[in-house]
Design a protein around this ligand. Structure first.
Ligand SMILES: *Cc1c(COP(=O)(O)O)cnc(C)c1O
Length: 543
């Protein structure tokens, strides 16, 4: 490759402190290869396809050839494969190492899930196939829904939402439909200041005014402030439990009772269900709607590895307002219900064999559905993976999942609290994630510098500057799938970087030095993202 407009220049002259040459002709560093954009790789109108000459025919496409380039690079198959493989090597993934991104639950994705998801009866079907030809897939959706209803102690489930945030919207639309049905349109949703950014965004998107509820000094929702704000204009609350400080909200039941007494409804952000699955049933805490991230708690790949899936479980009161479509069991047959039900059907028997209770899917008392979240039933590929995960663990295994997730997070918290400030550690153990602050960093060093230093140690950084209630916060979620040896190595790396930050070691300002790229201009990237490739001449003209 000779053409190289992507910015790197061979740096043959540079030398390190010991006089060794550090620059290379290619710009590569050992097996870390520099990579231009795919558009920059093409040399003079190449093509990956060759059409054979046809004797006697002058024009290969009988005069139908394009006379202008179509603007996509013409590369051969090996060039293309190598380009994407090189890019993938510049990335970090759960399959490479511990991924401590707090709130994201980056746990190992078991390969058994992948095997099940690739079975042709699940993988090669189409949502418009007649229901008779996809009975197994519909049965799986119903069975998974049954498990989610049982594990959460709720009344029904909507499987179609395609991510956590999409589930939040589904829950709020059902809440709004329920309030409107009783002629009581309300305007305000209360959201704690520690909430995930999707919560206020969802409430605003659903047409509500968002008001913030402060946290108390123990990192929990301030119950007095919340109850003081309740009134006839409050449609409901959105509470994350366990919350984004990695702490359980012990007042959840009192919150639900107060909100219900004031005529409002309770949405729970269940993205952190991983910490309590098999131990706490949100249905026992007075919750009306809650999304579950299959891509967090139930191990389906995410973060570039696959799409999300955010089923929503509902209380009995909200069930009639749940979205369409839903799967319904009629004897031994499974139907996909696409239209509003007549209310008052006879209840049906248990849908899941094996004694998992009577998981009533969202169809049971339909009649006032708010509509649809998606065209079809949801993320089939994620349903199969989550079902494989649940069945391979069983109820006892899932209980151990949450226990081990909490144990691992507390191990990190206690191993590092002497070197990193842990704001809520004095009030007891954390749940599935450990929260630290930048208190005590010297020499102008920040959480960002520490995170960049962690990249040089070979780790993806933890979640930073979130939650907002802690200065320079660092949220570490190891998950249950890390061994003690893996945790110890990560703790060693984080301790080493934290000690440098506390000593004011200015070399941290230059980190990362070993990554494919050094410090990027994150503000520019967020404010002026360049999402479309233009030839350099066009780009100049556009400026
Ligand atoms: C991940 C997460 C969400 C959003 O889920 P997505 O699937 O990314 O839309 C919402 N709330 C919390 C607390 C989360 O951790």
């Amino acid at each position: 490759m000779t053409k190289n407009p992507s910015g790197w220049r061979p740096d043959l002259g540079a030398a390190d402190s010991e006089g060794a040459r550090t620059g290379t002709f290619t710009g590569n560093r050992a097996l870390m290869l520099e990579e231009p954009l795919i558009f920059e790789m093409e040399e003079g109108g190449g093509t990956g396809v060759d059409f054979a000459e046809v004797p006697g025919v002058e024009s290969r496409l009988a005069g139908l050839e394009r006379n202008r380039p179509i603007g996509i690079p013409g590369l051969s198959e090996p060039q293309t494969v190598r380009h994407y493989t090189r890019l993938s090597r510049q990335n970090y993934a759960i399959d490479l190492g511990l991924f401590p991104l707090g709130s994201c639950t980056m746990k190992h994705n078991p390969r058994l899930n992948e095997k099940v998801a690739r079975m042709p009866g699940f993988a090669d079907i189409h949502p418009l196939q007649p229901a008779d030809t996809v009975q197994g897939a519909l049965a799986l959706i119903e069975m998974l829904g049954g498990w989610l209803v049982t594990l959460t102690g709720m009344h029904s489930v909507a499987m179609s939402p395609k991510a956590g945030a999409h589930g939040e919207l589904c829950g709020l639309l059902a809440m709004r439909a329920a309030l409107e049905a009783r002629g009581d349109a309300r305007e305000v949703i209360l959201v704690p200041e520690s909430a995930h950014g999707t919560n206020p965004a969802t409430a605003a998107f659903a047409g509500y005014r968002v008001e913030s509820i402060p946290a108390n000094e123990r990192g929990r929702v301030d119950l007095d402030a919340l109850t003081a704000r309740l009134g006839p204009d409050v449609a409901g609350v959105m509470i994350t439990n366990p919350n984004t400080c990695g702490l359980f909200e012990p007042d959840m039941l009192a919150i639900s009772e107060a909100v219900h007494a004031a005529g409002g409804l309770v949405y729970c952000d269940g993205a952190n269900f991983n910490a309590i699955v098999g131990r706490v049933r949100p249905g026992d805490l007075g919750i009306d709607a809650m999304h579950i991230n299959l891509h967090k708690t139930f191990s389906t790949p995410h973060g570039g590895g696959g799409p999300g899936s955010g089923p929503v479980v509902f209380s009995e009161a909200l069930t009639p307002f749940a979205p369409l479509p839903f799967v319904e069991r009629l004897g031994n047959h499974f139907a996909l219900v696409e239209e509003e039900h007549v209310v008052g059907r006879a209840p049906r028997g248990p849908a899941v064999s094996g004694g998992h209770g009577d998981p009533m899917l969202a169809g049971q008392h339909h009649g006032s559905s708010f509509g649809r979240m998606t065209a079809f039933h949801g993320q089939m590929g994620m349903f199969t993976r989550a079902m494989a995960y649940i069945l391979s663990h069983g109820a006892d295994g899932l209980r151990q999942v949450s226990g081990d997730a909490v144990l691992n997070a507390n191990y990190i918290l206690r191993q590092l609290e002497d070197v990193l400030d842990a704001p809520f550690a004095a009030s007891g153990p954390c749940m599935h994630e450990a929260l630290f602050s930048d208190k005590g960093f010297q020499g102008g060093l920040t959480t960002l510098d520490l995170a960049k230093g962690l990249i040089d140690e070979g780790y993806h950084p933890m979640t930073m500057y979130f939650p907002l209630v802690v200065h320079g916060s660092m949220l570490v979620e190891p998950t249950e799938t890390e061994s003690k040896a893996a945790l110890d190595q990560f703790i060693g790396a984080l301790r080493s970087v934290a000690e440098r930050a506390k000593a004011g070691d200015q070399s941290l300002k230059a980190a990362p030095v070993h990554a494919p790229r050094r410090r990027l201009d994150e503000t520019l990237a967020a404010r002026k993202p360049v999402l479309v490739y233009r030839e350099p001449e066009q780009a100049q003209a556009a400026e």
